[in-house]
Design a protein around this ligand. Structure first.
Ligand code: PRX
Length: 640
């Protein structure tokens, strides 16, 4: 397979090459893609200066990413399965779509979008469960040059509306409902509530998935099957500039509302394919399964774009790991003879807690590679995954990356890089990580711990934050001039291997989902009885981090006191979604603040961790008594 590294020596050599001559390195890789017109220059960039960051890969090149998935692969793979869809209910029949079949569906949906006037550059919101139509819709957008903005179907109407409005989407593609385990979630009803607050939305397209009753507005809402009825499949791909936007994906940061991370076409395409085939060491004919939801970046890059560009067979799963029982993942691995399996540490920890027999009852001998993503994996989970699931013979790729990076950055190459439990190991070729101290001084050499930054552009990196380029600079490039700030702390060990410690900002990784504390506070503060709140993360056995909210309320009656915590959780669910519900809520009379009014979260974090004996310097607090009160007065409500 072209551009696939096959040995450690080759990796080391490629890494050296990629640092010595990044442009030359990526140029060679990009040669294997299909371009309408090649670049005038490989890279144009600065992280600092007027209108920074400015990152242009494959300058003036013309391309369409779907031609690289379909036309480029069609000769070899027309009848090869591209997508295997495993439904929520194991009794329901799976769907397998070959490259040829998927292509027809993508072109047809692309034509249907064109027919109602969606065109290059328009923003299309997609709010769908994990069904094949989600992949079809996103690729249809890419086909016509419309920008997809996929919103995870667990977000609330308010969160959806915020994202749709920020990107002024013209259309939302959704379904009547979603199946998740035993639950049916009414997605169209959520969309209806959102659309009422979204003046830019002219249309919705509604897939019939669950069959429940929905309200359809004449002229605005179309059933998916009516929308494509009689629409042909002849379609010529829109020719895109390499730097035209491919998609927007919203993600949380330490401040303000979620940002629309913008990825452009050419660089993302090259990076998604290169990282996929190298990290997972995918070989022709392998069956690859990433359990993520396409609503997150992992699904974008490693269910859809990376695998399909490579010509892989990619499994897409609608359900949850624990339904009908805790053996579901392994049953599906056995059913399709999955070779590469990629999931989140949270899922591993949750399944580990259910006992080994769920794993041992299935034949997992097809597995060759195991992957993790989204949060640090603790050693116990790593060993269980390695020893029990992989029977000690499958390398684990602990892949570190972010929505902003577009693809995997620091990771072992499966079976090539020697691994150590809980370490993401080494950067991929083309990636130049550095550790800095809080003042921004580079910490050179091995055995260092600091703030992880990247000092040179890579093709998959974000280009801007939608509609607010200054915010992109402010968030990622202003703290340490000339460096991309990841927001993570990391250690480099004596061998130069990286261990990711976790976020250094006010972002919490809950079950591998990124949640901004400020967003949760804003949601909590919407409750009419809440005056103020402060949210921190605390260590959680399964989720990695849990959400701990300290809340100041107006005077509450005894009956109000009994229900306030549940009401707060419901409020968060309403404004963000169930994933952001606080695990612990403590009603307090005051918060530890400095004289300038800043909440000292460091102290709240310590209390949340159960380590109140070592609070450090509290002398700058306006009222040190507040801390004692929080520690002793604790009435903590724990989510069931
Ligand atoms: O803190 C890091 C953590 O997830 C953050 C990025 O979250 P998101 O943009 O939602 O993307 C998640 C999937 C790529 C990072 O800043 N993270 C991601 N992978 C790892 C990780 N932490 C430790 N180890 C990892 N392998």
């Amino acid at each position: 397979m072209v551009n696939k590294i096959t040995s450690l020596a080759e990796y080391l050599q490629k890494y050296q090459e990629s640092v010595a001559d990044p442009e030359g390195f990526w140029e060679k890789i990009a040669e294997s893609h299909y371009w309408h017109k090649k670049w005038d220059k490989v890279l144009d960039w600065y992280f600092e200066g007027e209108n920074a960051p400015n990152v242009n890969w494959f300058v003036n090149a013309k391309v369409n990413i779907t031609e690289n998935i379909f036309e480029r692969n069609m000769f070899m793979r027309k009848d090869q399965v591209a997508l295997i869809w495993e439904p929520n209910d194991p009794e329901e029949k799976e769907i397998k779509l070959t490259y040829g079949e998927l292509f027809e569906k993508v072109k047809q949906f692309a034509n249907a979008l064109l027919k109602i006037g969606i065109k290059k550059g328009d923003r299309v919101a997609i709010y769908l469960p994990m069904v094949p139509e989600l992949t079809i819709a996103m690729l249809a957008c890419a086909r016509i040059g419309a920008i997809h903005s996929i919103v995870f179907a667990g977000f609330s109407a308010t969160a959806l509306a915020d994202r749709v409005n920020d990107a002024t989407c013209n259309i939302i593609i959704t379904s009547d409902g979603a199946h998740r385990g035993t639950k049916t979630i009414p997605l169209k009803a959520v969309v209806d509530e959102a659309v009422a607050k979204c003046p830019s939305v002219d249309y919705t397209v509604v897939l019939n998935r669950t069959g429940e009753a929905v309200d359809m507005v004449e002229g605005r809402d179309f059933w998916w099957h009516d929308f494509i009825k009689g629409v042909g499949t002849e379609n010529k791909a829109e020719v895109m500039d390499a730097e035209d936007i491919l998609f927007i994906l919203y993600t949380s940061g330490s401040t303000g509302k979620p940002k629309g991370v913008v990825h452009s076409t050419g660089g993302y395409m090259v990076y998604a394919e290169y990282t996929f085939k190298n990290v997972f060491q995918y070989s022709d004919g392998d069956i690859y399964w990433c359990t993520a939801d396409i609503g997150w970046v992992t699904g974008h890059s490693y269910i859809v774009y990376g695998p399909l560009l490579t010509g892989a067979t990619s499994v897409m799963f609608e359900g949850v790991p624990t339904w009908p029982d805790a053996g579901r993942f392994w049953q599906v691995v056995d059913k399709y003879k999955v070779n590469q399996f990629y999931t989140a540490p949270t899922a591993i920890r949750a399944l580990l807690a259910q006992g080994n027999e769920w794993v041992t009852k299935y034949d997992l001998s097809s597995l060759k590679v195991l992957g993790t993503v989204g949060e640090p994996i603790n050693e116990e989970a790593w060993r269980w995954y390695h020893d029990l699931v992989g029977k000690g013979r499958c390398p684990i790729v602990d892949t570190w990356w972010q929505t902003e990076t577009g693809g995997i950055m620091i990771t072992p190459l499966a079976g090539i890089t020697p691994t150590k439990p809980s370490l993401a190991t080494l950067p991929l070729p083309g990636i130049q990580p550095i550790l800095v101290d809080p003042e921004g001084n580079e910490l050179k050499g091995n055995s260092q711990e600091g703030i992880l930054c990247i000092k040179y552009p890579w093709p998959g990196m974000l280009r801007t934050t939608y509609g607010d380029h200054k915010r992109c600079y402010q968030t990622y490039f202003s703290t340490y001039r000339g460096l991309y700030l990841t927001g993570d702390g990391a250690k480099r060990d004596e061998e130069g291997y990286y261990r990711i410690i976790g976020r250094i900002d006010d972002v919490i990784n809950v079950s591998g989902h990124r949640i901004g504390t400020a967003e949760v506070e804003d949601a909590i503060n919407q409750h009419p009885k809440v005056n103020e709140s402060a949210v921190v993360g605390y260590p959680h056995d399964i989720k990695g981090s849990g959400i701990y909210a300290y809340v100041i309320c107006e005077d509450l009656s005894d009956t109000e006191m009994e229900t306030i915590e549940e009401e707060i959780r419901d409020t968060v669910s309403k404004f963000i979604g169930p994933i952001a519900k606080p695990d612990k809520i403590q009603i307090v009379n005051g918060l530890p603040k400095t004289r300038s009014g800043k909440i000292m979260r460091r102290i709240l974090r310590k209390i949340g961790e159960g380590d109140a004996t070592n609070l450090g310097d509290t002398s700058t607090l306006l009222d040190p008594g507040v801390v004692e009160e929080i520690i002793s007065g604790a009435k903590v409500s724990v989510k069931r």
